[in-house]
Design a protein around this ligand. Structure first.
Ligand code: FES
Length: 159
């Protein structure tokens, strides 16, 4: 077991609160690069991964908006898919096919960094938004979103 795993285990054992060691970020953006998104060999539009990573690094955005490339996020029928994780919700975008759409997301991350807070996502991408999950927002404040108390604690499952 490494030191990090040991630290987490000890924190959980004393019912402490987990917190990342690095500064907390404002949000996170996840670009899908799974079995469909970005697979130009299968006829899907490219995901400009190298350009995005380069710009994120040059602008030092990762301290504000965490950049992630992932395997399949699920809704392959809407490739290319991007998920923006905000403190209160996740925003999903699909059908991204043009470089300017990625430009907008980069500009949003830069503006959020400069503001020290997440600003509104680009309205130009509104047509690409979609609801990912079956439970609608109208259900959020009702009982349907309440989950039962966990029956097992982490340390019970991973002793
Ligand atoms: S490959 Fe992107 S959603 Fe499945």
């Amino acid at each position: 077991m490494n030191a990090q795993t040991q630290r987490i285990r000890e924190t959980l054992a004393r019912d402490g609160t987990l917190a990342p060691a690095r500064d907390r970020v404002l949000g996170q953006i996840v670009f899908c690069e799974g079995c469909c998104c970005g697979r130009t060999d299968n006829g899907f539009p490219p995901v400009p991964r190298d350009w995005i990573k380069h710009r994120w690094k040059v602008e030092k955005l990762n301290r504000s908006v965490q950049l992630t490339f992932s395997g399949c996020l699920g809704p392959c029928d809407l490739a290319n898919v991007v998920c923006v994780i905000l403190p209160e919700e996740m925003q999903w975008f699909g059908g991204l096919q043009e470089t300017w759409q990625y430009d907008l997301l980069l500009d949003w991350a830069i503006a959020s960094r400069d503001a020290g807070a997440l600003i509104e996502l680009p309205v130009e991408l509104n047509r690409h938004r979609f609801e990912r999950f079956a439970v609608s927002k109208s259900c959020e404040k009702s009982d349907c979103m309440r989950s039962p108390a966990p029956s097992r604690r982490f340390q019970d499952v991973f002793p």
